[in-house]
Design a protein. Structure first.
Length: 381
């Protein structure tokens, strides 16, 4: 058996590689081609190549540290924006469409499970896809952690299927409002009043205009505190495996009832994204390329079934409820692609007045995705 160039006990070298891979992902997204193919997919591909060329190991204590420490800290950092009172108050019909879309994701997941054989990890995969298609990458990580799913090849295949199908879905969402017969079936107030957005509304290239170091450190300290309390309460309650969900609940309480204090923090979203990119690099590093090729196709079909059911139910009920076509499209975009999709679709279509409702609805997905995903896991087990 060939030993990797960097051994599993060479912690500093492995951390250098993981952080460099995360940086590579962010760097890629500065360019149109990087955003097109997704920095996440590119960094994971690089990690898979390094692992399967025996440059880095497929198993190492450093990867366990990512699961045990980085993921629980990333969750609060990415949820500090999820003020539930503001979401309900300001997101309006877009939130109603989002809730319908989320329920449709759950329906699509169960239909997919009934049609396909996902193997021994069926429940975990169903929960992970549910979480990520209601929220985003943070919910992917949280459900995987809570369900004990750490099979690198399976997770890498799930990320690959998620990214490809999500990109195809986004292209469809961009095109649908321009289809004449679709526009005739729904109200089109937002489309009729569309205007070109300024460059400031373009997709983020991961820069922080005004970073207060004290505010960033306060955010990190609060994230560690919430993670510690989440673990303590989960242990005391006899459900240590759900520590990540308790941490999520505590963070939502803080974000909802202490918004003024949270507003004083800075850089927490970017810090959370850095940790998530490192997490995804570690997932890619533990993947066996041959196993990934073997299990990948069925997960692409599974993801496609979820999206098809999601779109069918959302647009059918949206017609019955007379929801605006742009609101339905925005809700679908942020449901499947996360809050960052709001800026992309608002910019592409000129829906300035849907930008904030879209971001808020996507943040609501971050808030509920992990709970719904874990519920699906427990239901199917």
């Amino acid at each position: 058996m060939t030993l990797p160039l960097i051994g599993p006990d060479q912690d500093f070298a492995l951390w250098a590689v993981l952080i460099a891979l995360a940086g590579f992902g962010f760097w890629c997204e500065r360019f149109p081609w990087g955003r097109k193919y997704s920095g996440v997919m590119l960094l994971m591909t690089a990690a898979i190549v390094l692992a399967n060329l025996k440059i880095i190991p497929t198993s190492a204590p450093a990867y366990d540290v990512v699961w045990d420490y980085l993921v629980p800290i990333a969750i609060p950092l990415l949820l500090f924006q999820a003020d539930l009172k503001r979401i309900v108050r300001e997101s309006g019909p877009t939130l109603i469409a989002f809730i319908i879309g989320s329920a449709a994701v759950v329906a699509g997941t169960f239909i997919g499970v009934s049609l396909l054989n996902l193997g021994t990890n069926e429940a975990e995969l169903a929960g992970i896809f549910t979480g990520t298609y209601i929220g985003g990458s943070l919910n992917f990580a949280a459900v995987a952690e809570a369900s004990g799913m750490q099979d690198g090849s399976m997770l890498a295949a799930a990320v690959a299927a998620d990214n490809v199908v999500t990109n195809l879905h986004f292209l469809l969402i961009i095109l649908l409002p321009g289809v004449a017969w679709m526009a005739r079936m729904y109200p089109t107030h937002h489309m009729d009043n569309a205007e070109q957005l300024s460059a400031g509304y373009q997709v983020s290239v991961h820069r922080i205009a005004d970073l207060d170091i004290a505010g960033l450190l306060a955010a990190l300290a609060l994230a560690f505190l919430l993670a510690a309390l989440g673990k303590l309460l989960a242990d005391v309650s006899g459900v240590p495996q759900f520590a990540i969900l308790v941490t999520t609940a505590l963070t939502l309480i803080v974000a909802t009832f202490l918004p003024r204090q949270i507003a004083k923090l800075t850089g927490y979203g970017e810090a959370g994204n850095v940790l998530m990119f490192i997490f995804l690099a570690s997932v890619g590093a533990t993947a066996d390329v041959w196993q990934l090729i073997d299990i990948g196709p069925v997960l692409f079909v599974f993801a496609a079934i979820i999206i098809i059911v999601h779109l069918s139910i959302l647009f059918s009920l949206g017609k019955v409820l007379k929801l605006d076509l742009a609101e339905l499209a925005m809700a679908s975009a942020v449901c499947i692609g996360g809050p960052s999709s709001a800026a992309a679709i608002a910019s592409a279509k000129g829906w300035r007045d849907l930008l904030i409702p879209g971001v808020l609805a996507g943040s609501f997905g971050y808030a509920i995705g992990s709970f719904i995903g874990v519920t699906v896991v427990e239901w199917l087990r």
